[in-house]
Design a protein around this ligand. Structure first.
Ligand code: FAD
Length: 475
């Protein structure tokens, strides 16, 4: 294609990443038109079909900061400094995320975040945002998009130089790319679904549980979590299998629902006066991991955010990763423009392996949150991680911290965590062997060599078991 200096760019989707991408591209001076199928959230029309609040962490904040939006957004957020575990008996156990209380994740409303980024884009003279426009098909080679007005059904075809699909996990742009030869695509649904419920504020808007925490009710095969909102309420999300003896499917009547909550989350029930109405009214959502390749076509069309790499929500990173995509694409535009093919290819190369690593981390964290947060072994692992990080702050960084409180690429964080854990196990085994040897030297007679060998073997086997377990935690 001819290399136009200032291309006309069409964005399909004005969700979390779309609004931010329009802001970035608009500030870089590009001519941008964004088409969103929903109505204008600025006109009070926001319909949240997805989770009402989300955890925003360092990567997302960094992306917002670069365009001066972080302070405004964080003013709507509530800091969560650790996990508050609720056991079945109603006991509470706080697990800080980091030894430094400033390292926290932030609970932020999806609607507030979306409105701020879209409003920032709309302020730019070279950005147009059009609502009620649903993309139904894309001609990848022109490129052009066929749009249908959601109220009038009027159809238009818009042509541009570049077209970017920021239209979420069920992307229409990606669907058009799936018709291409040699386009890899894979989607994996979890057996679990999610349902959102509410803990309203107390009298005078007070929080009825600890406000600066992410609350978790881990119950092995399922869990409920709750994130605080600025009005004193909490948005709870129940993650539960769709089908089976213990499942959404099995909770048919109000009595089933009430009995289930009273036996599993007894301390939450008195705080949820609208439980049954919420349960009936709110949909049960599905969670999907999407992997595809390539993320671009012929230097004309690209995918960003969930459209390229939807992940399950358990690391609280989907939106943060989508914001990182925006930064990576913006950098690639600056470095390689106007060679658009290189722009999109370099962006894809910098992000693909990292988003694959995140997809695995997110599934691993589901197991950790619902199952391991309540276990003693998990608490010990966290204690050891915190101690090592305190003693060797440059050398040892816990995986959760690298993912949530740094911008270290996801794949690099995973590799580094595995390397660190391997070293911890080796050094730990050596110290244990030396201590045992010392004790034998002090207290034993001739049999000491044999005893020492046996002890060393036991220690070695134990360490291998721990290494195996820690590998599972790291996935
Ligand atoms: P979306 O936000 O889904 O935006 C896509 C936009 O495109 C929407 O506005 C949609 O209306 C529009 N659109 C779709 N199709 C079309 C079409 N055909 N034509 C025009 N417009 C279209 N991430 C975190 O970082 N932290 C969390 O705590 C977190 N919690 C989550 C909890 C749950 C239950 C779920 C499901 C997800 C969670 N996520 C979280 C993930 C996060 O929601 C997504 O990663 C993020 O929304 C991706 O942004 P996006 O802009 O790519 O997609």
């Amino acid at each position: 294609m001819a290399q136009i200096e200032k291309p006309r760019i069409t964005l399909i989707g004005g969700g979390l990443a779309g609004g931010l991408l329009a802001t970035y591209l608009g500030r870089a001076g590009h001519d941008v038109t964004l088409y969103e199928r929903r109505s204008d959230p600025g006109a009070g029309n926001f319909v949240g079909g997805r989770s009402i609040n989300l955890a925003l962490s360092t990567r997302g904040i960094d992306a917002l900061q670069r365009v001066g939006l972080a302070d405004e957004i964080l003013s709507h957020a509530i800091q969560m400094r650790g996990r508050m575990i609720h056991d079945r008996a109603g006991g509470l156990h706080f697990q800080p995320y980091d030894k430094d209380p400033a390292k926290c994740i932030n609970s932020i409303g999806r609607a507030a975040l979306n409105s701020v980024t879209l409003a920032a884009a709309q302020k730019l003279p070279n950005v147009r945002v059009l609502f009620d426009q649903r993309c139904v098909d894309v001609d990848l080679d022109r490129p052009s998009a066929r749009l249908v007005h959601t109220a009038t059904n009027a159809e238009t075809v818009v042509e541009s130089d570049l077209l970017i699909g920021v239209d979420g996990a069920f992307s229409a742009v990606r669907k058009s790319m799936q018709r291409l030869e040699r386009f890899d695509y894979r989607q994996d649904y979890l057996r679990h679904g999610y349902k959102e419920l509410t803990i309203p504020p107390g009298p005078g808007g007070e929080f009825r549980m600890e406000r600066n925490a992410l609350h978790i009710w881990p119950r092995r095969n399922f869990m409920m979590i709750a994130l605080p909102n600025p009005d004193g309420s909490f948005t709870c999300t129940l993650f539960y299998p769709f089908e089976g003896a213990a499942s959404f499917d099995a909770l048919r009547t109000d009595d089933d629902v009430r009995r289930f909550f009273e036996s599993e989350f007894p301390d939450a029930v008195p705080l949820m006066p609208t439980l049954l109405a919420d349960y009936r009214a709110n949909p049960t959502g599905a969670m999907v991991t999407v992997r595809c390749l390539p993320w671009q076509h012929d230097g004309k069309v690209a995918l960003v955010g969930d459209a390229a790499h939807a992940v399950v929500p358990f690391y609280g990173q989907g939106m943060n990763a989508a914001f990182e995509d925006v930064v990576a694409l913006d950098e690639s535009f600056r470095r390689h423009g106007p060679d658009w093919r290189r722009v999109f290819e370099a962006y894809e190369t910098s992000r693909k392996a990292n988003c694959d690593a995140l997809a695995d981390l997110a599934i691993g964290n589901f197991i950790e949150m619902r199952d391991k947060t309540a276990s003693r072994a998990f608490l010990w692992k966290k204690k050891i991680e915190r101690t090592l990080h305190t003693v060797l702050p440059r050398w040892y960084l816990p995986l959760y911290g690298m993912v949530s409180f740094s911008c270290i690429p996801y794949a690099e964080a995973v590799t580094r965590a595995k390397r660190q854990d391997r070293w911890v196990m080796i050094v730990g085994a050596m110290i244990a062997v030396m201590v045992i040897a010392l004790l034998f030297r002090m207290f034993t007679d001739e049999r000491r060599v044999a005893c020492f060998s046996i002890a060393a073997t036991i220690v070695y086997v134990a360490m291998q078991v721990i290494i195996f377990k820690s590998k599972r935690w790291d996935t």
